[in-house]
Design a protein around this ligand. Structure first.
Ligand code: UD1
Length: 457
């Protein structure tokens, strides 16, 4: 992200100033809201889990594959999903998604452009996934290279190699990928050298309309991939094996519209589970994707948190009342391993454990930016390359901190809830990318958390 980040010199007296003038449509990026958390309160109550951001974004891209409407329910209202709906609008997709509504209707009957501009794509990496569907349906597409969270280089080489294997001619010029497949895409065997969620999804989307069979080997197995495959199959695609390391896609001539409910957000679920564990209390997460959270549940239990999950009822109950937390070591891994998107939150929890925990990040190269911010609250964390050594402390103390990326920012919320006194988190536009009604959900469980807005135009 960082598209509207005020230089430090402009952050006078804790009052962030928007340094750039942007069109009105982009204004909400410039709302430099802050969260004020008064910590030390236990959380008690229920939290309803929202639809998964990471699933919703790929499902929205799937709308480009058909000239019939795709209706998505359980849509999370987030900055990221709204960004993508703006980009789809720029391409000529009719988007009917009233503010705050959880149902979104996308009709790509006729695109007016197959060019996804820098201005839209740079704000969010997942926008890059519009390339494959447009290429598959129209035989050409031009998409800006993406931006996204500042968590390492995050190239798109695997996406491009997959599209090339499907027969696309690609040129990268002036920051844009120009893709053509005049005679359509052709099925291929694609062996990914390492696991990539985005590249697996991108290849899957494009291959649905390719001629013949595509086999993806060493595919990512994340639950969001199975959710995308479910929706594509309802649209008339022939995808099998999604959720395993080998995905087969038999190309079809055309796809139809359908209705699909976005799966529940496993990262949001895990985040609130850790918030309840860190602050203490008794919280039930409703509509939780229990089966998708095995690694997180195991780590929480090892830490001594009481976790009762019920897959049939889709609930996870988290209890911690006064008991010490055990230190647990984790390595982030592709699914079904411990998710990188819960690493920062787990670090916040481990900063309160009894002992030393080693947290290894194996997916992204620069994903410990939350460590120095957690240290401002009194956490004892040493980062050594891809490893963070977290020496648990007896308690945290509130302090002003700054959000640096989406998941990092919510780790600061967790720490703030557990800390004594007031924590002020700035740059929370990162948080708004991925957490729907966060203050409302936490306040409903007794948290003291307020949003302050400083809007500058
Ligand atoms: C997705 C998720 C993100 C999550 C990540 C890993 C969405 C919108 N985002 O991101 O929240 O943290 O999966 O679970 O679904 N890589 C390359 N070349 C490529 C593609 C990826 O080198 O072409 C590298 C990345 O830099 C990273 C690793 O592969 O180091 C895994 O990335 P990937 O699984 O592709 O993550 P995303 O799809 O971007």
């Amino acid at each position: 992200m960082g598209s509207c980040v005020a230089p430090v010199s402009l952050l006078a007296r804790n009052r962030p100033i928007c340094a750039f003038r942007l069109p009105r449509s982009a204004l909400y990026l410039c709302v430099m809201d802050r969260l004020i958390i008064t910590g030390g309160r236990k959380l008690n109550g229920t939290i309803a889990v929202s639809g998964a951001k990471n699933s919703a974004l790929k499902l929205m891209a799937a709308s480009l594959l058909t000239n019939e409407p795709l209706t998505l329910s359980n849509m999370p209202n987030l900055a990221d999903t709204r960004f993508l709906s703006q980009l789809l609008g720029v391409l000529g997709v009719e988007v009917f998604w009233p503010k705050g509504d959880s149902e979104c209707r996308l009709n790509a009957a006729e695109l007016t452009s197959t060019i996804a501009p820098y201005e839209q794509v740079r704000k969010m990496r997942a926008s890059f996934n519009v390339l494959g569907p447009m290429l598959a349906r129209y035989g050409h597409a031009t998409v800006s290279l993406p931006g996204g969270c500042a968590i390492g280089a995050r190239p798109v080489d695997l996406h491009l190699k997959a599209l090339e294997a499907l027969g696309a001619d690609l040129k990268v010029e002036e920051g844009y990928v120009k893709a053509a497949a005049i005679h359509g895409l052709k099925g291929a065997q694609i062996v990914f050298p390492f696991v990539s969620v985005g590249a697996t999804e991108h290849a899957m989307l494009a291959a649905t309309l390719a001629k013949g069979e595509t086999v993806l080997e060493n595919a990512a197995r994340e639950p969001e991939i199975a959710d995308l495959a479910d929706c594509l199959n309802k649209m008339g695609a022939k995808v099998s094996g999604a959720g395993t390391a080998t995905v087969r896609i038999e190309g079809v001539e055309r796809l139809n519209g359908t209705q699909h409910a976005v799966m529940a957000d496993r990262i949001e679920t895990g985040t609130y589970a850790m918030a309840a564990a860190a602050a203490g209390g008794d919280v039930v997460l409703e509509g939780a994707p229990v089966a998708a959270l095995g690694a997180m549940i195991a780590a929480m239990k090892e830490a001594g948190v009481k976790v009762d999950s019920d897959e049939a009822a889709a609930t996870i109950r988290i209890r911690r009342n006064g008991l010490a937390l055990n230190a647990v070591n984790i390595n982030t891994q592709p699914y079904p391993g411990f998710p990188t998107d819960l690493q920062a939150q787990f670090m916040a929890l481990m900063s309160l454990a009894d002992g030393t925990s080693i947290i290894r990040e194996t997916i992204f190269e620069n994903r410990f930016m939350h460590a120095p911010e957690l240290s401002r609250l009194g956490a004892d964390i040493q980062v050594r390359g891809q490893e963070a050594v977290v020496q648990g402390v007896a308690g945290l103390k509130g302090a002003p901190v700054m959000a640096t990326d989406l998941r990092a920012s919510v780790s600061l919320v967790i720490a703030g809830l557990a800390a004594e006194g007031e924590t002020e988190i700035s740059r929370i536009y990162h948080l708004d990318r991925g957490f729907e009604r966060l203050e409302e959900k936490l306040t409903g469980c007794g948290a003291d958390i307020k949003r302050l807005s400083d809007t500058e135009e």
